[in-house]
Design a protein around this ligand. Structure first.
Ligand code: GRF
Length: 218
């Protein structure tokens, strides 16, 4: 069985990267992580990847004069890795429309909210401040619109009035570590695909995101 080669791109601690990698190493998924790329050598996830035996590289953002040259270097690194699927996981850069177009349909991101709610930063604090009773995370295909691409799967949990952003962040991460490897597995199995900017699941258009409930984490 050939395994779909996946690259994971990070800026920080890389817990989602590790979840994706561990699921592939368990032998039950049809993908394998062939490279972890960070935009800074201080990214904690680099050490986690090395500990798992995964090759890493750094495209140091500070060494590039502008977004276009950084994006070109990142694209070259991804091409060299042989990856057919790219998972952004805590990658703190906005990518150019040219980059997104080049990897269209094979570029994923995870965002800590129930998109389309709370694009951008501080999602947990914003959900709590709004009095939301549900919150979670979304895995989506990346388009040129920030956090705006079609959503594949969401992990949902209940918010309590007493919740703090820190406590919610930990619970959302637990959900993220379930849904991101799951989506990679579904794509590797050919069950999820992106056609002309729309998500298809088992050959049919996906009318609403797949849902992973986690009330136990509420
Ligand atoms: C996650 O919460 C993800 O939703 C967001 O950045 C965070 C990355 O966490 N995009 P980690 O580096 O995977 O631990």
């Amino acid at each position: 069985m050939s395994l779909l080669p996946v690259a994971v791109v990070i800026s920080g601690r890389g817990s989602n990267m590790e979840a994706i990698a561990r699921a592939s190493l368990s032998g039950t998924s049809r993908y394998r992580v062939v490279r972890v790329i960070a935009d800074r050598d201080s990214a904690g996830g680099l050490g986690r990847a090395t500990a798992l035996g995964i090759p890493t590289s750094v495209v140091p953002v500070k060494q590039y004069a502008d977004r276009a040259s950084f994006d070109a270097a990142l694209a070259a690194e991804l091409d060299a890795s042989g990856a057919r699927l790219v998972a952004l996981a805590g990658f703190m850069r906005i990518l150019s429309a040219e980059f997104v177009q080049r990897f269209e349909g094979r570029l994923l991101n995870i965002h800590p909210s129930l998109l389309p709610r709370y694009k951008g930063l501080d999602t947990h604090a914003r959900a709590i401040a709004a009095g939301d009773t549900q919150h979670g995370a979304s895995v989506h295909y990346v388009t040129a619109e920030l956090d705006g691409g079609p959503v594949i799967m969401q992990g949902r949990l209940r918010l309590q009035p007493s919740d703090t952003p820190e406590a919610v962040s930990a619970r959302v991460h637990t959900l993220e570590h379930i849904i991101y490897p799951h989506v990679c597995s579904l794509i590797a199995a050919g069950r999820i695909e992106c056609r002309n900017g729309a998500v298809f699941f088992d050959g049919a258009p996906l009318a609403a995101p797949l849902i992973q409930e986690n009330d136990a984490a509420a």
